[in-house]
Design a protein. Structure first.
Length: 215
């Protein structure tokens, strides 16, 4: 099946794309949504500009969709862009967010496209461990939750990191995969591509206990 992969450059969208590819689907495009609103309800925003490097390294055409990021209105631009592509379906990296999954399914249904969510409902600890088994190199590009301080920015996900996330889940209730917006990630290397980490800096807001990497 000819697919467009909704691609943020983070761990879940990258892994979902890899699994769809391995299942025999043809990944025709990577589709990255650039939200003007950094606090988008739908879309990953941290380090989103790095998807250009990742797509180039993967050898897959990148389609950039710009959106206002306004709640309930941030799918219109995606719908218009997908309509123009020669595809049969869309693959998304949703793990547990009903909000995200239902809205993507709605858009695709209207366009007559199938939706693949290979990570949906899987155990988040298992997903992270499988990524490491596949030699994914992943860093935290943004954090915004209790227990995640500035030291997590740029930190690599390793086995011990997964153990730390499990402990934080038990203590604070954060989602281990970051599905509640607790953190965002950037994939530097995986079976699909490999890139070098560009020069960057971090910004941190003490009032909200949140920050992100800026390129």
């Amino acid at each position: 099946m000819r697919l467009a992969a909704l691609f943020s450059g983070g761990k879940d969208s990258t892994y979902a794309t890899l699994l769809a590819n391995r299942a025999g689907h043809d990944i025709k495009y990577l589709v990255t949504v650039h939200s003007i609103n950094p606090d988008s309800w739908m879309w990953h925003t941290a380090a989103i500009e790095i998807t250009k490097m990742q797509a180039r390294a993967a050898g897959i055409p990148l389609v950039i969709v710009k959106t206002s990021g306004e709640k309930e209105n941030e799918l219109e631009e995606l719908r218009a862009s997908l309509k123009e592509l020669d595809i049969e379906g869309v693959v998304a990296g949703a793990v547990a967010s009903e909000y995200q999954k239902k809205r993507i399914e709605k858009v695709c249904k209207e366009l007559g496209l199938k939706v693949l969510t290979p990570l949906w409902g899987l155990n988040p600890v298992s997903i992270l461990n499988k990524m490491l088994d596949e030699n994914f190199e992943i860093i935290f590009s943004a954090v915004s939750a209790a227990g995640l301080d500035r030291s997590w920015l740029g930190k690599r996900i390793e086995r011990k990191t997964i153990d730390e996330l499990v402990k934080l889940n038990k203590k604070y209730g954060i989602h281990i995969s970051g599905e509640g917006g607790e953190y965002e990630t950037l994939v530097l290397s995986c079976p699909l591509f490999s890139i070098n980490l560009p020069k960057h800096r971090t910004i941190w807001d003490e009032k909200t206990n949140s920050g992100r990497i800026i390129f």
